[in-house]
Design a protein around this ligand. Structure first.
Ligand SMILES: [Fe+2]
Ligand SMILES: [Fe+2]
Length: 178
């Protein structure tokens, strides 16, 4: 049983504030991809979609002379670290279960290795799903962060995804009972 929906998370003022920096359209697209990949890899779609929706919530605005400076960002960015902590705080605040909050936060921490000094990360299936979903929506030069979406359209897609996750969780529970 889910105690927090994607709609509750996405409409929260903290989510709105920070996801606007990295792009709501990107966050939603990644959450939709994560649902598909979660099915394929046998990962809990509830955790996968929540981690995917929030994966870029840690972005800072790297502006120089009014424009996003990609080099400055590459050199100084820690958005995965910041995002993991920010998402965790938010999830606990909206009533997410503690262990789920941790799983989601760690998947956000590991969704990219761009800030790490090197070496291959060993990802678990949930972390893999979020990483793959993010890559699926990536565009050259960070263009995926600038995709526009109208508020009502964003909410429609979040609600549709909530319904898919709920349906999936229900069929999973009944399969276990039956
Ligand atoms: Fe990211
Ligand atoms: Fe991303």
């Amino acid at each position: 049983m889910r105690n927090v929906s994607l709609e509750q998370i996405s409409t929260h003022p903290i989510t709105q504030k920070y996801l606007k920096r990295s792009g709501i359209a990107h966050a939603i697209a990644v959450a939709e991809y994560a649902f598909v990949y979660a099915e394929k890899l046998g990962v809990d779609p509830d955790l996968a979609t929540k981690a995917a929706l929030l994966h870029d919530v840690g972005h800072y605005t790297w502006y120089r002379n009014g424009e996003w400076d990609y080099d400055l960002y590459k050199e100084n960015d820690i958005h995965a670290i910041k995002g993991a902590s920010r998402a965790h705080k938010l999830l606990i605040r909206v009533g997410e279960e503690r262990h789920a909050s941790k799983e989601i936060a760690v998947a956000i921490l590991l969704h990219t290795d761009s800030y790490l000094p090197g070496g291959e990360l060993k990802l678990n299936p949930l972390q893999k799903v979020v990483h793959m979903a993010d890559e699926a929506d990536e565009e050259a030069g960070g263009k995926h962060h600038y995709k526009e979406i109208e508020d009502h359209r964003a909410l429609e897609r979040i609600r549709a995804l909530d319904q898919l996750v709920e349906k999936e969780e229900k069929s999973h529970t009944s399969a276990h009972i039956g």
